[in-house]
Design a binder for this molecule. Structure first.
Ligand SMILES: [Zn+2]
Length: 174
């Protein structure tokens, strides 16, 4: 884990509760109670942190990218850390290179942080997170929050790590 300098997190179901009514409830989106202190500890331990998230609600017209950014700024204030949020705003039918399971967002984050695949860990709860990690050649930690339990039954191969939640990453903070 120490060798994973760059930690990339999915948002919904990984850092925050699933937002089932998301087109009406974006501003009500809540992080898990353990997210902030965990991210602060990982940051203090020297890890670089970023979030990679599909937000097709933008393309669907449910909200604007500005609304999404406002929610992310609120999380940064709440958490007391400043991860960069890499957002795919496109529709699944757009064929963009950034919507997970495409590796575009992960590649952007690695380029920005000058991190190679061997030093990068993707943490998420969905098959799309797994697929993006595979395509980018980075290790994957499956969390069993959000859709994680369902995802676990459907992965073509076991992930490098399975965690009850991101709180389990605390074991790797030294
Ligand atoms: Zn995209």
């Amino acid at each position: 884990m120490k060798s994973y300098r760059l930690l990339l997190f999915d948002r919904d179901g990984t850092l925050t509760y699933e937002n089932r009514d998301y087109h009406r409830e974006l501003m009500a989106l809540k992080a898990y109670p353990f997210t902030g202190s965990l991210l602060r500890d990982l940051h203090q331990a020297g890890h670089q942190l970023a979030v990679v998230t599909n937000q097709s609600g933008v393309a669907r017209g449910y909200w604007s990218l500005k609304d999404v950014e406002a929610v992310h700024q609120r999380f940064c204030r709440e958490w007391g850390v400043d991860p960069i949020f890499y957002v795919c705003p496109h529709h699944p039918g757009d064929g963009c290179p950034c919507r997970k399971p495409q590796p575009g967002l992960i590649r952007q984050a690695m380029a920005h942080h000058r991190s190679g695949p061997e030093a990068t860990l993707m943490v998420g709860d969905s098959p799309a997170d797994f697929g993006a990690a595979q395509s980018a050649g980075v290790a994957f930690a499956l969390v069993l929050t959000g859709r994680g339990r369902l995802t676990r039954a459907h992965l073509p191969q076991p992930p490098e790590m399975v965690l009850d939640s991101i709180a389990d990453l605390r074991a790797y903070v030294v």
